[in-house]
Design a protein around this ligand. Sequence first.
Ligand SMILES: [Zn+2]
Length: 70
Amino acid sequence: MKQENIRPGDLAWKCCKCGLKLEPALVTVEYLGNEFTAELPRCPGCGQVMISEEVALGKMAEVEQILEDK
Ligand SMILES: [Zn+2]
C-alpha cells in the first residue's frame, strides 16, 4: 500500500463539523468515468474526505497516464 497520498500534515487536520482528527482511509474516487482507490485522510465521524488540490491533481495525472497507456 502506497502512503504517498497522505502527508503527516494532512492527519493533523480536524473535521470542521465533528472536530475529530482525520484518519487514513481507502476512498474510491471517480474521475473521467474511471474509479480508482486512494488512501486519503478521512473523518471517522462523518466520512468527509480531505483531498488537497496537490493530491487531486497528482492522482488525476496518474489516471490520465493509465488511460493513455491503454
Ligand atoms: Zn466529520
